[in-house]
Design a protein around this ligand. Structure first.
Ligand code: NAP
Length: 265
């Protein structure tokens, strides 16, 4: 396993995304992933699967301190008391005393960012949250959050894959000690037969999804959280640490950029 290490945080570069995993399928998928060796799980209050993830964490006897667990507070719960209350509910569902990373899921201009970040810092002081981050923030808003926050903002989670550039945000992150977690790294499975990735993959005996994930994690400060319900997908996505893309192959993939965004609100 490779890690992003910054500001005391040690985050496995690959985690399991869990959006759209519900009930037994979620328990099974997370249990399987932990057995394969995944040590980073991404959830959110809005995914309504924290209880199932808690069940999987209890099922599998991996020490809690070996797992990097992320959850997020939704944009209608960003007032001080709501942040505190909903995080406490998340901890109860996840059957744990703390989460490693707590993110603002989506910015909400109607609620003061100062107020939200104050509540998040309080949770960190209480030991219920180890690190703070934001999601779906652009460079300007991330900078603003860093200026305001009483404690460091060490992560931003955004949509990132070969068809959507995050050049300026990533450069900012690399210069300012922030890890960038790429969501929808596999473009929701829509580009898994793309000829450019297949062609590059042939040389290394890797599939297109493996080439995409490798391209992402080979960039400084970038982590990936592909969602995979199926065991064979989980295994494939975890098998990306034994090859290295050349500079030319990296650039070929960078040239696929076309401003394609899947998630909008
Ligand atoms: P994704 O990870 O890009 O794609 C998931 C899809 O790809 C699933 O249909 C999965 O199939 C398929 N897949 C996975 N591995 C594969 C492989 N090796 N070969 C072929 N197909 C494969 O999309 P996502 O779930 O939207 O994004 C990942 C995670 O990011 C989410 O689950 C969530 O945790 C997070 N996220 C965060 C935000 C945010 O606002 N912060 C927004 C969106 C997503 P199976 O499931 O059938 O295996």
């Amino acid at each position: 396993m490779e890690y992003i290490e910054l500001q005391d945080m040690k985050m496995p570069v690959i985690g399991l995304g869990t959006w759209n995993l519900r009930r037994n399928e979620c328990v099974q998928a997370v249990t399987t992933a932990l057995k394969i060796g995944y040590r980073h799980i991404d959830t959110a209050q809005m995914y309504e699967n924290e209880s199932e993830i808690g069940e999987a964490l209890v099922n599998v006897s991996v020490p809690r301190e070996d797992i990097f667990l992320t959850t997020k507070v939704w944009s209608n719960h960003l007032h001080y008391n709501d942040v505190i209350q909903t995080l406490n509910q998340s901890l109860q569902k996840l059957q744990t005393d703390y989460v490693d990373l707590f993110l603002i899921h989506w910015p909400n201009p109607a609620i003061s960012l100062t107020e939200t970040l104050k509540a998040m810092a309080q949770l960190k002081t209480e030991g219920k949250v180890k690190f703070l981050g934001v999601s779906n923030f652009n460079t300007e808003l991330l900078h603003q959050a860093q200026d305001i926050s009483p404690v460091p903002i060490v992560n931003v989670q955004v949509e990132y894959h070969p068809f959507l550039s995050q050049k300026s945000l990533l450069e900012y992150c690399q210069q300012n000690g922030v890890a960038l977690t790429a969501y929808c790294p596999l473009v929701r499975g829509r580009e898994v037969n793309h000829p450019v990735f297949e062609q590059i993959g042939k040389k290394y005996k890797k599939t297109a999804p493996q080439v995409i994930l490798r391209w992402l994690i080979q960039q400084k400060n970038v982590a990936v959280i592909p969602k995979a319900a199926r065991r064979e997908h989980q295994l494939a996505n975890f098998d990306i640490f034994d090859f290295h893309l050349s500079d030319e192959e990296m650039q070929t993939i960078f040239r696929l950029e076309q401003g394609k965004r899947i998630v909008t609100i």
